[in-house]
Design a protein around this ligand. Sequence first.
Ligand code: ZN
Length: 310
Amino acid sequence: MKKVGFVYDDIFLKHEMPSGHPESPQRLMKIVEVLKDSEYWEKLVHIRPRPATDEEILAVHTPDYFRSIRAFTGFYDGDTYVSPNSFEAAQYAAGAVIEAIDRCKNGDIERAFCAVRPPGHHAEADRAMGFCIFNNVAVGARYAQRLGYRKVFIIDFDVHHGNGTQHIFEEDDSVFYFSTHQYPHYPGTGRDTERGRGKGEGYTYNIPMPWGSGDKDFFFAYRDILPRLVKNFRPDIMLVSAGYDIHMRDPLSGIRVTHEGMRNIIRGILLRSTSTFLPPMPYVFALEGGYDLEALGDSVLQTIRELLEL
Ligand SMILES: [Zn+2]
């Protein structure tokens, strides 16, 4: 059994939404409820996050954006809402990934799941977008590199393309960004011709999936393509943007991944070290999307089980 951290704090519930908004506090309440009802709750190492420092956030985001979002409330764009406590919740969401990386580094845990909101992968260096305020995984990647994890591999299986993460690292050959997502779909980026730029060319890999794609397509991406990319890159740490809106029940997607398909994706991500003969390395998952509460709870439970057992 692996030592798996579960990083969570009630501060994430204080990132409040207008009624009817899909990115609701109920999402995390459901995850905690399902895990508490399971045999896995007691096997997890429960970790409270700290807030990311200004400096840690500014390693990714611009000072102008950071200053403006600190003072902002209301709708930032058509779907990104910022409530009075959202800035603080966003500091802790990025800090959760940082705390998980710290705990992996000092040996308390081998893997972690960060149950956070707001999510992060749409946030660009200079703006909030698509329910996201700070790019939690990007902040984590830069922090990991400060700790000595030189090469970071980011896997993003959210149904939406992680435009923010891709753009932040697209000229960087020390951070690999791999994404599967519905295409065409929000936010409009993520064509397979987007492969990074300059020094970073070849370190971005997009697999756009047409509407109606399902288990078979994801099996191919995660069992046949991903291991080869990981093997060639030889990362020191894996960060995962875990978006469960690929589930067939999700209201925001046309992708049809089943319960079984979800398990195959998680197994594909975790098994790559044994299949490619790389040394074991930390895995830190951070929650992104997932808007059908039943599907979300079930999918996170499966993820936790595989993190513990595989
Ligand atoms: Zn999404």
